[in-house]
Design a protein around this ligand. Structure first.
Ligand code: FAD
Length: 397
């Protein structure tokens, strides 16, 4: 992995962490870098959930507190204020996924509306965000996308899904809060795209309020971005895109194989990287129409956008360009960018322990792979430990 100089200052990266906090984070990263431990942990967590065995006592002080802001918005607020001191913004993400039952969906609705109102009054919270699967059954959404015959109940479910999204986008518009929708499964993403596009036509006339997410590991996303741009020109709207590489590669590949359709994802990491970076170039050149939310832990893709901003005369704090990393990861990118004056945010998931488990499992699995980011995180922590130790020694002398 290429190292970019401007992100290597560990004093800036970890200034917000005490020695004790840093050590705890380091130990946790060490633990989740062990594949056998992550596998066993995942198995035990699923077992405990199925058997209704309490797991909060072990999960909450460990991986939960590293990757999640709290159970409620209020619990996340001290973190939001702490980040603010370092010029880092916060985006609160109610991380409940794959809801089937109405009660859970209603809870997601109430929470997401709350995050919109919270963002409207807090200058350090620049966006609201939600997951499509918090508002509809993935199975029924996939059926709708496939054009399958829907039962009356399923039709109603889809109609409600549309209405809920409309309510969220309209509330965001009324409160002048940009809102983004996460990307999830290929099986229903195109359907979600259609719904989001209809809302973009309605709410993005003056400025980008509605943001979609493009997973650039998908072979068709660059073309989709170009299509959106052409249509936006025609309809005189603007739009925002959160660019990500994509978090569900293995699952998507397996499903494509099992169901016998072509793998929707590029065969190699290099091709995904190329598509991601091309999308940034395409959008930066058209910044009057496309607002960019560069959601990545990749140093080069982050650096590339800073260079593109320079090239196109875009100010560092132009609200049309944002950078973001997930809470608990890549502080070296976040805090160094913030110090340089760019718009940068931490994506902070929140929610009850049981509900955020799928998210936590994804984070640990991502961090355990050899190609993943853990070796880099560990190296940065170690550099900072050394630096602090030397500083203490020098002070004693
Ligand atoms: C703020 C934020 C918000 C996010 N929101 C979403 C979201 O809404 N939806 C979502 O799906 N993900 C989301 N992600 C996760 C994201 O998609 C990536 O999984 C994660 O950030 C790792 O990619 P990277 O660009 O940070 O780093 P890198 O380490 O450079 O890239 C790793 C990624 O490259 C791709 N890749 C790896 N190997 C291959 C291969 N052999 N062939 C093809 N591609 C490959 C995969 O997408 C993998 O995750 C978000 C990430 C951030 C930081």
């Amino acid at each position: 992995m290429e190292q970019i100089e401007i992100f290597q200052n560990t004093e800036i990266a970890f200034a917000w962490r005490s020695d004790k906090e840093l050590k705890r984070a380091y130990l946790l990263m060490k633990l989740i870098s062990k594949p056998w431990l992550v596998k066993t942990g995942k198995f035990l967590a699923n077992l405990a959930i199925n058997l209704h065995i309490p797991i909060n006592w072990i999960v909450k002080p460990t991986i939960y507190s590293h990757f999640v802001g709290g159970e409620t918005i209020e619990e996340c607020m001290p973190l939001v204020r702490q980040l603010e001191k370092f010029n880092v913004k916060a985006i609160l993400d109610y991380s409940v996924e794959g809801s089937e039952d109405e009660r859970k969906i209603q809870e997601a609705m109430d929470q997401t509306l709350k995050t919109i109102y919270n963002a409207a009054k807090d200058p350090n919270v620049p966006f609201a965000v939600f997951k499509p699967s918090g508002f509809g059954s993935p199975k029924i959404l996939a059926k709708a996308q496939a054009g399958a015959d829907l039962t009356k109940q399923e039709q109603e479910h889809i109609e409600k899904f549309r209405q809920r999204l409309y309510t969220l986008f309209k509330t965001a518009y009324d409160n002048d809060v940009p809102i983004m929708i996460d990307a999830e499964d290929y099986a229903y993403q195109n359907f979600v795209d259609k719904v989001v596009w209809e809302n973009m036509l309605e709410f993005n006339k003056e400025k980008p309020i509605v943001y979609n997410t493009l997973q650039m590991y998908r072979k068709d996303r660059l073309d989709y971005l170009k299509w959106m741009y052409e249509q936006a020109q025609k309809h005189h709207i603007k739009f925002g895109i959160k660019f990500v590489r994509g978090a569900y590669m293995e699952k998507e590949r397996e499903l494509a194989k099992k169901l016998g359709y072509p793998d929707p994802i590029y065969p190699t990491k290099e091709e995904t990287d190329r598509a991601f970076n091309k999308a940034l170039e395409f959008s930066a050149e058209r910044i009057d129409t496309i607002a960019i939310f560069n959601a990545t832990h990749n140093e080069y893709s982050t650096y590339l956008l800073t260079e593109l901003m320079k090239k196109h005369g875009i100010a560092k704090d132009d609200p049309r360009c944002y950078f973001a990393q997930l809470y608990g990861m890549s502080d070296h990118i976040t805090f160094n960018l913030a110090k340089l004056g760019y718009n940068v945010a931490k994506y902070i998931p929140y929610g009850p322990v049981r509900h955020v488990l799928p998210y936590l499992i994804r984070r640990t699995e991502e961090n355990t792979s050899v190609a993943g980011q853990t070796p880099r995180e560990l190296r940065l922590y170690e550099t900072e430990f050394k630096r602090r130790k030397q500083l203490k020694k020098a002070k004693k002398r």
